[in-house]
Design a protein around this ligand. Structure first.
Ligand code: TRP
Length: 467
């Protein structure tokens, strides 16, 4: 198996691809607005703890599984357990989650593409705050804009996945990830000079538990999974293209740190704009699409910066999108013997169709308002702003990914043979000494944390009064 399997061209290639999967809309679009929604400070702290104690150990577990078996998730679980073992269901869950996540992720990526286009046509230049907010409002409800860009994003994602590991994924991330990082540094440089920077730092880092709820803690945990692309086998799949002697520990830590740095940078770029221009703290999906254009409209050369920003945001979304499609496609390639072409096309088109309700969520009664009243009648939400799109995001990131992650942790900690596991962990790394701690985290800390947060979120513990 090892001999014929495609591999990354280099270790740097893997790090960039894994970081490319991790860094995406989750960092730049989602993290700032959920931080705003949950009142900053404490939420960020809990999120950081989740990354360090839950996320990183699971990332190592996923890469370990992939690298050891050289197989995509379903096959990997089968190879490490017995035939007909229920652990294989974890692999299956991952494939299902890939379809769900990419279906709405693509809609947001479509907004990023649309905003790239708007920047190219200099659409923000003469606009004030009200006009820019209204512009997003119009985009949000427009079926044609949402559907059109959703299709475009899926088409590009499919095309890249068709190209395969080295030619497709690796070549792109090599150029685009560093470019995004540099651009964000430049923007941060600008944000530091803004009047609202101090308040933004305070908002992001100063402990403030006022708006934090049980639902918020669940969201922090779920987002730790989402942002690191964990809990559904993406890192198992990418890890399966690693050679068996590649460094597991250093790679995971590098990816985790990069991802976290970019998420925090995004807050420190966005919130200064919010505070400087005295905007309402927008706590909605529209945050970056309102804040950034406003900043660009006030900046010299803003149109150009706008094009760069939204284009790179689109690329960041692409490198994440391809990792999601790759999970789905590689299942059919490895397990069903499909050609890459057939697998990428079939899965891609299925995801495209599944995403249609999300694309129509803002603008149609059926997937917006009616769905909202249905779910609130069922008691699934508190009524406000919970359409199909929100429901998919909520279900996938808050419940499915942590559940998948829990199973992955339990599997590696309790099911995989100890000696082989230890030898595997220690191959090719200078950090073999961390093995004991890794196992303890997977055995006890991860399961207890995930289960406590779940129980608390459904109101069985009542640490925080849930909403
Ligand atoms: N991590 C990506 C982001 O932050 C999204 C993503 C890519 C993802 N692959 C994933 C999320 C797998 C969950 C699972 O934007």
């Amino acid at each position: 198996m090892t001999g014929t399997r495609a591999h990354w061209g280099s270790r740097l290639g893997f790090i960039l691809a894994a970081a490319g999967s991790a860094v995406g809309l989750g960092n730049i679009w989602k993290f700032p607005y959920i931080t705003g929604e949950n009142g900053g400070g404490w939420f960020v702290l809990i999120y950081l703890i989740c990354i360090a104690l839950v996320g990183l150990p699971i990332m190592m577990a996923e890469i370990f599984i992939g690298r050891t078996t050289q197989l995509a998730p379903v096959g990997a679980f089968r190879a490490l357990s017995r035939r007909g073992s229920p652990w294989v269901l974890t692999g299956w869950l991952g494939v299902v989650v890939a379809f769900v996540v990419l279906s709405y992720y693509s809609v947001v990526a479509g907004w990023a593409m649309h905003y790239t286009w708007l920047s190219i046509t200099n659409a923000f230049a003469a606009h004030d705050q009200a006009a820019i907010n209204e512009l997003f409002g119009n985009v949000y409800v427009s079926p044609t804009v949402n559907l059109g860009w959703h299709v475009a994003f899926m088409a590009i994602t499919i095309a890249i996945v068709l190209g395969g590991v080295q030619k497709g994924l690796e070549r792109w991330v090599r150029i685009l990830m560093p470019a995004l990082f540099v651009l964000m540094l430049v923007m941060l440089g600008r944000a530091v000079t803004m009047e609202g920077f101090g308040r933004a730092v305070e908002f992001t880092f100063a402990p403030n538990a006022e708006n934090l709820t049980a639902a918020g803690v669940l969201e922090a945990l779920g987002h730790a999974f989402f942002t690191l692309s964990l809990g559904m086998g993406a890192m198992i799949t990418y890890g399966s293209y690693l050679r068996r002697d590649d460094d597991l520990v250093a790679t995971s830590v590098t990816v985790g740190v990069l991802d976290t740095v970019i998420a925090l940078m995004a807050c420190l770029i966005l919130f200064p704009i919010t505070f400087t221009f005295g905007m309402q703290e927008e706590r909605t999906v529209g945050l970056i699409f309102m804040n950034m254009p406003l900043a660009f409209s006030q900046m010299p050369g803003g149109a150009l910066w706008g094009v760069l920003f939204f284009a790179l945001l689109t690329f960041a979304a692409l490198t994440s999108g391809i990792s999601l499609l790759e999970v789905a496609a590689s299942y059919f390639i490895d397990e069903r013997g499909w050609t890459r072409r057939r697998a990428a096309l079939t899965c891609g088109i299925a995801i495209l169709l599944l995403g249609i309700p999300s694309a129509l969520s803002g603008g149609t009664r059926l997937f917006g308002e009616q769905f909202q009243s249905l779910t609130s009648n069922l008691g699934v939400n508190d009524g406000a702003g919970f359409n199909w799109f929100d429901f998919f995001d909520y279900l996938a990131s808050n419940w499915m990914l942590p559940l998948g992650g829990l199973f992955i942790a339990l599997f590696v900690a309790w099911r995989v043979g100890g000696a082989a596991r230890e030898a595997g962990f220690k191959t090719g790394t200078r950090f073999g000494g961390l093995y004991w701690g890794w196992i303890q985290l997977l055995r006890y800390v991860v399961p207890i944390a995930v289960i406590l947060v779940f129980l608390n979120a459904i109101g069985l513990l009542g640490f925080l009064d849930g909403t």
